[in-house]
Ligand binder design. Structure first.
Ligand SMILES: Nc1ncnc2c1ncn2[C@@H]1O[C@H](COP(=O)(O)OP(=O)(O)OP(=O)(O)O)[C@@H](O)[C@H]1O
Length: 387
């Protein structure tokens, strides 16, 4: 969708902001550009909507060399969100949001209806916030309006320059979450600039890690954290990259162990005999549909009278996770409940349990080492001694 071919930018004073950039952003993909101040991220992004012209190479959007596209026409296809949101102070939030459709000549009623829809999408009630002026909003709300305005004309491409930079960390996290939810619905092709590695790995399908004026690594968050391409990337992503990787690695069914299982309608004593033979001390209790009900201790089941059923003794499960949840959440649940395992469900259906050993294996899987031709034993993990 967006393709950089050997793109370079030298400013008139001789500063080389970027050189030899070649990478591609797929349709519907969210790519974060991350790196220290002055490394060329903003220059890269502003070349896409031709606010800055490259001095070498070319950029294609949807297969078309943008050098030959009228900049105004190009920008209609590209939403742009910046940190200093740049809302018009004397216009209402609704009119600010409707700016681009109005410029495109939409009828007023249609533009406003669209603006209302977009405000709703970014979590602002249009009845409440639409009539307000930008000064009557919090920083986080202004950022949301900035995103709504950029999306109003439904452009396939979105450029975002530190869009959540001007708000405090709590609001920032909230905006990131909302944005991810929205992106999973609208699936824009997004280039997002940030200097914050946490934000980059949290939001990006892929990350471009910038050194000075060039990309040092372009890969998925898991791969950048798991197999940094060089020492520069390793130090940029930080010594705690192992921990960060917990946040970007999802639980997969193949990560799970199958524990002993008891059925709700079984006799407790009979279940205890069977489970003892399997060598367990506890079992997961499922109903007849295979849905999770809870758990049962085997000694407790053995002590129960003849007439007792598993259903009479089963404990409710304190916590479980949906498959696809990040490993970090699993780890957090294990710590919080002082548990050696956590149940994983697909909807209500029980899939298995994640244990610390399996969690560790899943982290190794996440670096996808074999696919990259890296021997598993060569994947560097941050050890306690290194940290
Ligand atoms: N108009 C200009 N003339 C000369 N040099 C410029 C100009 N604009 C940017 N630069 C230089 O180009 C380099 C890249 O700047 P750019 O704004 O792309 O970096 P960045 O990674 O976005 O930085 P930041 O995170 O601080 O915004 C910097 O050294 C900057 O000083």
């Amino acid at each position: 969708m967006i393709r950089f071919e050997e793109v370079g930018k030298r400013y008139p004073d001789g500063t080389v902001a970027v050189a030899g950039l070649s990478f591609e952003v797929g349709e519907g993909e969210l790519v974060t550009l991350v790196g220290p101040s002055g490394c060329g991220k903003t220059t890269t992004m502003m070349m896409v909507n031709r606010l800055i012209e490259p001095t070498s190479g070319r950029i294609l959007v949807d297969g078309e060399d943008i050098a030959s596209v009228d900049p105004v026409r190009l920008r209609r296809r590209i939403g742009y969100v910046i940190q200093q949101v740049g809302l018009f102070p004397h216009r209402t939030v609704l009119d600010n949001t409707a700016t681009v459709p109005a410029l495109l000549g939409w009828k007023k009623a249609r533009a406003r209806a669209r603006a209302r829809e977009l405000l709703d999408l970014v979590g602002l009630d249009p009845e409440v916030y639409g009539p307000r002026y930008p000064a009557q909003l919090s920083g986080g709300q202004r950022q949301r309006v900035g995103v709504a305005r950029a999306l109003a004309a439904d452009p396939p491409v979105l450029l975002m320059d530190e869009p959540f930079g001007a708000v405090d960390p709590v609001v920032r996290e909230q905006l990131q979450e909302e944005f991810l939810r929205m992106q999973s619905a609208v699936r824009k092709t997004v280039l997002l600039v940030t200097h914050d590695i946490e934000e980059a790995v949290r939001l990006g399908d892929r990350i471009a890690v910038y050194g000075e004026g060039r990309i040092e690594q372009y890969d998925t968050p898991g791969a950048v954290l798991g197999t940094p391409a060089n020492d520069y990337v390793a130090s940029f992503v930080g010594a705690d990259r192992g921990l960060k990787r917990l946040s970007v690695t999802a639980i997969e069914p193949s990560d799970l162990e199958q524990p002993p299982v008891a059925r709700l309608d079984e006799s407790a004593a009979r279940a205890a005999d069977r489970l003892r033979e399997e060598g367990g001390r506890w079992a997961v209790v499922l109903d007849s549909d295979g849905d999770l009900h809870g758990w049962i201790g085997i000694d407790e089941a053995a002590r129960a009278g003849e007439g007792s059923r598993v259903a009479d003794l089963a404990h409710r499960m304190g916590a479980w996770l949906p498959v696809g949840a990040p490993l970090k959440q699993a780890f957090s649940v294990m710590l919080q409940h002082d548990a050696g395992w956590v149940a994983v469900l697909d909807g209500a259906r029980f899939l298995g349990v994640l244990t610390p050993v399996k969690l560790h294996e899943a982290l190794r899987r996440s670096v996808d080492a074999e696919a990259r031709g890296v021997a598993r034993e060569d994947v560097r993990f941050d050890s306690v001694a290194e940290a």
